[in-house]
Design a protein around this ligand. Sequence first.
Ligand code: HEC
Length: 136
Amino acid sequence: MRRTTFALVILLLVGALLWACENRRSYRQGESLYKTHCASCHIDDGLGLRGVIPPLAGSDYLARDPTRTACIIRNGLQGEIIVNGITYKEPMAAIPQLSDFQIANIINYINSAWGNELGYVSVPEIRKRLEECGGR
Ligand code: HEC
């Protein structure tokens, strides 16, 4: 009985470690993809350009629905939006060449960068969201 408990504890620890490593890997890849595909507009620090490019750091719009970002990346975004009380209306073009996997990594980066605490997303979760917004 005690041995079973011990084995279970070890298993849980290994699981937690693997999960933390996967989180970290996704974040690192997302960071480099962000620099290539997003930072030209949203800037390295995620603050954007007030009134023209909305921020991703501390964005209430992002926080309200963190997986919606998958649809924004795949399909682009047009029309007026309000982020932290400021109106933005420049369109964002779609970035269709990014895979579901790359999109998940970018989201795992922006959801935890710059003090954001919006949690980890898995690839299947992102794939499901993309199907719902017709982004396939
Ligand atoms: C060419 C400039 C440009 C690039 C590149 C770009 N965006 Fe955007 N993004 C915008 C603009 C402009 C808006 C506002 C769109 C609107 O008002 O309808 C926006 C809106 C957003 C929003 C919703 C508003 C917010 O700030 O929470 C998210 C999330 C977002 N972009 C994420 C990304 C990510 C992730 C990438 C890279 C994969 C990216 N963007 C690349 C210009 C850009």
